[in-house]
Ligand binder design. Structure first.
Ligand code: ADP
Ligand code: MG
Length: 637
């Protein structure tokens, strides 16, 4: 077999799969154990080896602090995004995380970023494919939920790179599923893809124009799936165990994982049987058993199932369609095996969904079809053009903290749009571009994707500069932003990095170091970051020393502050993270009074009718001194 196969990968929350094109038919590549699904679980075994999949799953039960599952929930996310997950999942975050830093998860003695953990899963799939083909596999198409934002997509690409895969394309999961069913062979029509997996719900409405796919609307819930059903069953079991056996095992991680395993087995059985048994060995030799009937199960999960109705209706509304106008309905995700779910889908659309393929394999199969197209493809698929949409609006913050949308949600991608802005203040030489994602009016209610400054704008009267901001979403759904002041031709040096994405250097670093992230490397990074923080504080202090407030301090206070300043300057040149940290904290504490006096001065100046900007005029000239958000100007549009 040729060694340059491009594989299709479904990197799932719960399960991951790799598939390829066997002639004109996509097929899943099984693992060494003969199973198609690789559980998205990573664990550290007794020999401190990282293992993945079914072999790793038993560590969830025995030593859950050495295993991680559902890592997809943390991909490209920041601390404030994941509070729900932290309540529901036993993720152990590194305890030395700096604010704004990429999350790191502790497994055993070491910490890993979510892309690194996902990369371990991807490596396993890569190995499975290489064993199958008997040669190297370096190119892949990877699927992502339609709802994934820019940072999450970027994190997925990073994971691919860390795993040594050239990610040719990221494809929305529902688009892949439609391809797997070959629905493109229909000339025209509307397809709805209903995907209820382990951790995410996605509903997508696709239109076919002369055999060409276009996703016209997407909606969903990134916190809805089979895991929620499992949690409901676990809650019942915990209640029973407390009531009937007098045992409170809620905080016993091992017992809870055993219960989880048992309820999942029961849930799966209930998709084809009228009843199923829960059977769990508990600490102290006790045993918990109970029967669950289909009827009781359906009652229990009704609220979960019903939560898919709203997003489904919204997606139809966004597409401007009535349920009756949908021609084909595709089921995706293991949870759509549940009869109650199928019944709801049938009711929602008034037609029977496609169920011919395994709902938990169909995305990977479609990814293989897409991979084949990119690789030059078969005659059947060569002509096909795939279009996706961006799930959320993208824009920038303008004066007053308002969101100005540049690319609207549900725009077909690749997409690009340009808007013109101007400055807010006379002589403004720097314009802050704050890239936002979301539907809300105020910037603070949207998700912050990136910030950068367009600097070196020649001073002009406010309203004179003409700033062109261009947004481009490429075929992978990744956003590129550029800004240019047209009168002066000044362009920004722009690197749009998603807020919680890894920097190129970080990915490069991980590639080089692979998984042997030495203690030393980490320490070095901490030192560099601490030095940067020290520079910021020292710069602020030297400004402070030029302000009138400095003279208001007692001579002892001034001497003490300068002593702390010297201490930080000395520590900063060393390699001792703890020492730098300590000196930063000491200087921070020691300059509290100065900061208060400076505030008072600024406030009283403002009260006397002087502009606060006037105080700034005393400060050393710096381009950043007059950065402000741009103002949208209709006449430029
Ligand atoms: P993901 O896309 O999130 O990785 P999958 O599509 O693999 O998820 O679906 C996994 C979910 O499907 C899990 O919650 C699993 O328990 C559930 N599942 C798998 N088979 C069945 C079944 N026969 N009945 C009910 N739920 C199932
Ligand atoms: Mg899935």
């Amino acid at each position: 077999m040729s060694s340059d196969h491009i594989v299709g990968i479904d990197l799932g929350t719960t399960n991951s799969l790799v598939a390829y094109m066997q002639g004109d038919v996509p097929a899943v590549i099984p693992g060494e154990d003969g199973l198609n699904l690789v559980p998205s679980v990573v664990a550290l075994d007794e020999n401190n080896q990282m293992i993945v999949g079914n072999a790793a799953r038993k560590y969830l039960i025995e030593t859950s602090d050495r295993a991680v599952y559902s890592i997809k929930r943390l991909m490209g996310r920041g601390m404030e995004d994941i509070q729900e997950e932290l309540k529901l999942f036993p993720f152990r975050l590194a305890d030395d995380l700096l604010s704004g830093e990429v999350l790191r998860i502790r497994i055993g003695e070491r910490t890993y970023t979510p892309p690194e953990i996902s990369a371990l899963i991807l490596r396993q799939l890569k190995r499975n494919a290489e064993r199958f083909f008997g040669g190297p596999v370096t190119k892949a198409v990877i699927t992502v939920p339609a709802y994934f934002n820019d940072a999450q997509r970027q994190a997925t690409k990073d994971a691919g790179r860390i795993a040594g895969l050239d990610v040719l394309r990221l494809v929305n999961e529902p688009t892949a599923a439609s391809l797997a069913y070959g629905l493109d062979r229909r000339k025209n029509g509307v397809v709805a893809v209903y995907d209820l997996g382990g951790g995410t719900f996605d509903i997508s409405i696709l239109k076919l124009h002369d055999g060409i796919f276009e996703v016209v609307a997407t909606n969903g819930d990134t916190h809805l799936g089979g895991d929620d059903i499992d949690n409901l069953l676990i809650a019942i079991a915990l209640d029973d165990i407390r009531g009937d056996l007098g045992l409170d095992v809620r905080r016993n991680g091992e017992a809870v994982q055993r219960i989880r395993k048992s309820v999942i087995e029961a849930k799966i059985a209930l998709s084809s049987e009228p009843s199923a048994k829960l059977d769990v060995d508990l600490p102290g030799g006790k045993k918990y058993q109970r029967e669950i009937t289909r009827e009781m199960f359906e009652q229990l999960i009704q609220p979960v199932v019903d939560r898919t109705i709203g997003p489904t209706k919204q997606a139809l509304k966004d597409a401007g369609l009535k349920p009756g106008q949908v021609d084909e309905v595709v089921l995706v995700g293991g949870s759509t095996r549940i009869p109650k779910v199928r019944q709801l889908v049938q009711e929602l659309f008034g037609r029977a969904p496609h169920t011919g393929m395994n709902p938990d394999e169909v995305v990977a199969l479609g990814a293989a079809v897409q991979a084949n197209i990119l690789g030059g493809g078969s005659a059947i698929t060569k002509e096909m053009l795939l279009l996706d949409v961006t799930p959320l609006s993208l824009g920038i913050e303008v004066a007053g903290g308002v969101t100005d949308k540049i690319i609207l949600r549900n725009s077909t991608i690749p997409a690009s749009a340009t808007q013109y802005y101007t400055t807010q203040v006379d002589g403004q030489t720097s314009v802050a571009i704050h890239v936002l994602q979301g539907e809300r009016e105020l910037a603070r209610d949207c998700r912050s994707l990136a910030r950068f400054d367009l600097k070196g704008v020649p001073p002009m009267v406010a309203g004179m500069p003409r700033i062109e901001v261009r947004f481009l979403i490429d075929a992978n759904g990744i956003l590129h932003v550029s800004a240019r002041e047209q009168r002066s031709g000044k362009e920004a040096e722009i690197e749009v990095q998603p807020s919680y994405g890894l920097t190129d250097e970080q990915v490069e670093h991980m590639l080089l170091e692979s998984y042997d992230f030495a203690e030393e490397d980490f320490r070095q990074r901490q030192v560099i970051e601490a030095r940067r923080e020290a520079d910021t504080i020292l710069a602020a202090l030297s400004k402070g020393k030029q302000s009138p407030a400095w003279q208001e301090l007692s001579s002892e206070e001034r001497a003490k502050t300068e002593e702390l300043e010297r201490a930080l300057l000395a520590a900063k040149d060393g390699d001792d993270y703890a020492a730098i940290r300590k000196a930063i904290d000491a200087l921070n504490a020691g300059t509290m009074h100065l900061a208060e006096l400076m505030m008072d001065t600024a406030v009283s100046a403002a009260l006397k009718g002087k502009a606060m900007d006037g105080a700034e005029a005393d400060l050393p000239e710096g381009e950043g001194a007059q950065a402000g958000h741009p103002v949208a100007k209709a006449e430029f549009k």
